[in-house]
Design a binder for this molecule. Structure first.
Ligand code: AHR
Length: 367
């Protein structure tokens, strides 16, 4: 991709994106909903088209050169992240016409900023950033724009002005939190909830969004109490450590719901509750809500240990590639692409908000 053309496209697209989107936050469930109606999708410039990007025609490198793509990845904190990394490496392969510069930023914001600067210095054709935290991006995004390099914000969101980057794609984290809350309300009925929350990494949009979404529902229920919330950093060790400390503070019988903001934290929380003799799951004293719905997380859901698991789909590289192909072809791109996801509940539970787990669902899991 030649830099001048890219710069022109970014500028044109940013103007249309601003008109279409009008704000920098991830869209609400309502704003994203039209993407699910194929008939409406063509009229929604800022919303994803409802098709699988992998089905698009290939051959992005029309001039025979490999397209260079830098990917500043969050780190390797979770099974979700491993699946997301593999998906990018498989998609942006030399065989598919790309040279991928992949950097694992090890959950360090400063490293991630310097990684992006390195990509700019190397004059890569495109930069993908999965932001560790949502704040602190304006300067380096301006540098990339000044260099004429299109930037794709992937997975998580930034709170920078959208005119500073080319496009964003990912799941709607607020909607994920609301799905968890809505399911809990349906499941508990009039029963009270004493809730402990193991949050994800501090400042990450996945943490902020899931917290905001769940709290939106919690605020509608007078007999729900959020006893405590602490960061488990999206890791199994973090989840276990936070749960051990919660158990010391609140004791057996002091809580009946644990919300873990990803599957790995849920595994750690289960280890801590096993050690303390606390029963959990559909037949236990504590209901666990998790996020990600990775293969192992869904196995625990099928086993009735995690009662509700809200998906966050890590297979997002195809959407990024679709954007790059459009830019290579001189086409405008949408300001925002929603990666859709759904929720799952343990066998025996029927829900309007979630799919009841079965072996068939698990067998169909690609990650
Ligand atoms: O941004 C997505 C989140 O990041 C996933 O839920 C979590 O597992 C990962 O670390």
């Amino acid at each position: 991709m030649k830099k001048k053309l890219a710069l022109l496209l970014v500028t044109a697209m940013t103007v249309s994106g601003l008109v279409a989107c009008g704000k920098s936050e991830a869209p609400t469930q309502e704003a994203a909903a039209p993407a699910q109606e194929e008939a409406q999708a063509e009229d929604e410039a800022a919303v994803a088209e409802d098709e699988t990007p992998e089905q698009e025609e290939a051959a992005p490198a029309a001039d025979g050169e490999l397209i260079t793509v830098g990917f500043a990845q969050v780190g390797h904190e979770s099974d979700w992240r491993a699946a997301n990394t593999k998906n990018y490496q498989d998609t942006f392969s030399a065989e598919n016409g790309y040279e991928l510069s992949f950097v694992d930023c090890d959950n360090d914001h400063a490293v991630q900023i310097e990684t992006v600067r390195g990509f700019i210095e190397q004059e890569l054709d495109y930069i993908c950033i999965a932001p560790i935290q949502s704040a602190g991006w304006d300067t380096v995004l301006q540098e990339a724009q000044d260099a004429g390099i299109p930037v794709l914000i992937v997975d998580r969101a930034v709170d920078a002005d959208p005119s500073l980057y080319t496009t964003a794609l990912g799941c709607d984290m607020i909607a994920e939190g609301e799905a968890a809350g809505n399911w809990l309300a349906e499941y508990l009925g009039d029963k009270e909830a004493n809730i402990l929350v193991i949050e994800g990494s501090v400042g990450a949009s996945a943490t902020l969004g899931r917290t905001e979404g769940f709290d939106n529902i919690l605020s509608q229920h007078d007999n729900w109490t959020k006893l405590d919330s602490q960061s488990g950093d999206f890791t199994q060790a973090g989840g276990q450590e936070v749960m051990e400390s919660f158990i010391k503070t609140y004791g057996q019988g002091g809580f009946n719901v644990v919300v873990c903001q990803n599957d790995n934290e849920a595994y750690g929380a289960m280890d801590a509750m096993d050690a303390a003799g606390i029963t959990y799951g559909v037949d236990g004293d504590v209901q666990i809500i998790s996020f990600d719905a990775t293969h192992d997380g869904l196995q625990y859901t099928l086993d009735g240990k995690i009662t509700c698991n809200v998906e966050c789909n890590p297979l997002q590289a195809g959407f990024a590639e679709e954007v790059i192909k459009k830019l290579e072809a001189g086409e405008a791109v949408d300001a925002w692409t929603l990666v859709k996801d759904e929720a799952f509940v343990a066998p025996g539970i029927e829900s309007q908000y979630a799919v009841t787990m079965s072996q068939e669902v698990l067998d169909g899991r690609a990650y």
